[in-house]
Write a protein of this length. Structure first.
Length: 217
């Protein structure tokens, strides 16, 4: 492991810790408090999964290339910066979403006072998702720019381009969500959240398509 990867791993671990601390959670002192805290577990799990998604992308990139130069450091620092900002709207949005989907059964520590607050939250969440995905794109572009120095094979170049395309898709979907949140009337606002379900269709399709065209190793 490079020192850069070690630092990034530590920062992501801190971000996961802040999901709890920043969520207004505390150690329960009564059964009712414990029950209320447990009702926030789904929101924490979804937030945790989102954080791991970007951590794993950086982990794979680090293992594949082992770059520790200035460009790699700057983009890795950018990823750490965005994720530490990202955790605040992340759990707030998931907390509100699970509260809504469960008809109020699941606890939400974050309250929205108006429909405009919800619109703004979708914009903040989507912007953060785009920013983090863009950093992963730039890390892969940085590696491709050094393909000769890294002596990348045809297969390695292909896999890197596939990863780059994967994260471009991850930028496009939240961009659509932001557009919905800003442009459509209130009755369609829920689509700004549901559009993220497109990931479950487009990303597997892209993976299968690229796998079929993969050059021989």
């Amino acid at each position: 492991m490079t020192r850069l990867e070690t630092f990034t791993d530590a920062a992501f671990a801190f971000a996961v810790t802040m999901l709890v601390v920043g969520g207004g959670d505390s150690i329960p002192n009564t059964f009712d408090e414990m029950t209320a805290a447990m009702k926030q577990v789904p929101a924490f799990a979804a937030s945790f999964a989102n954080i791991l998604l970007f951590w794993y992308a950086h982990h794979v990139w680090s293992r594949r290339f082992g770059l520790d130069d200035l460009g790699a450091a700057m983009w890795s620092f950018a990823l750490v910066f965005v994720v530490l900002v990202y955790i605040y709207p992340l759990k707030a949005l998931y907390s509100g979403a699970f509260h809504s989907f469960s008809g109020g059964y699941l606890e939400s520590y974050f309250a929205f006072s108006s429909i405009e607050d919800v619109r703004t939250m979708f914009v903040i969440f989507g912007s953060a998702y785009i920013a983090m995905s863009a950093v992963i794109v730039m890390l892969n572009r940085h590696a491709l720019a050094q393909r000769e120095q890294l002596d990348l094979s045809e297969l390695e170049v292909y896999e890197t381009k596939s990863a780059l395309q994967h994260w471009l898709i991850n930028m496009a979907v939240p961009a659509v969500s932001i557009w919905i949140a800003v442009a459509l009337p209130d009755r369609w606002l829920g689509l700004a959240g549901f559009v993220y379900g497109v990931f479950g269709i487009v990303l597997p399709w892209h993976s299968i398509r690229r796998s079929r065209k993969r050059p021989a190793g």
